[in-house]
Write a protein that binds this ligand. Structure first.
Ligand code: PGA
Length: 246
């Protein structure tokens, strides 16, 4: 049995006041015992405050990225050690916005995945194809390569300690969601690539997930939750998605 998980990726949004309000809304709505696991990934400067606010709640904390390097002379970077020290349990690696705007290669993403594991963090590996790649029928090819880079570097048992998020680039922030069938096809392909180790791994869908699309996605057998961007900034919407995962 794979426990469903919904992770909110706040991206570069929020401020002290707005975050406090959002987290208070989530903590309030998500008390008690739940079948689904829930976590949020605020921007770095707000991690410590979020950790304090989430203490004694059942909402986990994650970061949106980490450095491949350990502490040292790397101006502007944030280490795995710092994330652990700030109360993080999860960290996204290889989000398409990192790959696209910061030129992160699959090799770098694989190194970051390993560094996250080395620090006892749960890496959430994001993979996904662009619209052009989908139209050229290259979806499986692209995703296979993104996955294998991490498998080669970390080994299958290493990869199995993380979480995978399938996020078609054309669905991120565009309001276009992959249909549950389209997502299921890719999720089942990902599980096939991972072999027996993949059976226990959680594979999330991400890309314009909203309360009204969540249920249909979560009903698919290989979809184990969601990585949510825009809708994670609204407590009511995010909680509705979390509830759909139960
Ligand atoms: P979105 O973002 O839900 O706003 O499409 C998802 C993501 O990029 O993780």
């Amino acid at each position: 049995m794979r426990r469903q998980i919904v992770i909110g990726n706040w991206k570069m949004n929020g401020n002290t006041t707005a975050n406090q309000k959002l987290l208070a809304g989530l903590v309030d709505a998500w008390t008690g015992v739940h079948q689904a696991e829930v976590a949020v990934c605020p921007p770095y400067p707000y991690l410590a405050a979020a950790a304090a606010q989430l203490e004694n709640s059942n909402i986990g904390l994650g970061a949106q990225d980490l450095s491949k390097n350990g502490n040292g002379a790397y101006t502007g970077e944030i280490s795995g050690e710092m994330l652990v020290d700030s109360g993080c349990r999860y960290v996204l690696v290889g989000h398409s916005e990192r790959r696209e705007y910061h030129g992160e290669s699959s090799q770098l993403v694989a190194e970051k995945f390993q560094v996250a594991l080395d620090h006892g963090l749960i890496p959430v590996l994001c993979v996904g194809e662009t619209l052009e790649e989908r139209e050229d029928d290259k979806t499986f090819d692209v995703i296979g390569k993104q996955l294998l880079a991490v498998v080669d570097h970390c080994g299958l048992p290493g990869v199995a300690k993380g979480i995978i998020a399938y996020e078609p680039v054309w669905a991120i922030g565009t309001g276009k969601t992959a249909t549950p069938e389209m997502a299921q096809d890719v999720h089942s392909y990902i599980r096939e690539v991972l072999g027996p180790e993949g059976d226990s791994m959680r594979i999330l869908y991400g890309g314009s997930v909203k309360p009204d699309s969540a249920e249909g996605l979560f009903a698919k057998k290989d979809i184990d939750g969601a990585l949510v961007g825009g809708a994670a900034l609204n407590a009511e919407d995010f909680v509705a998605i979390c509830r759909a995962a139960e």
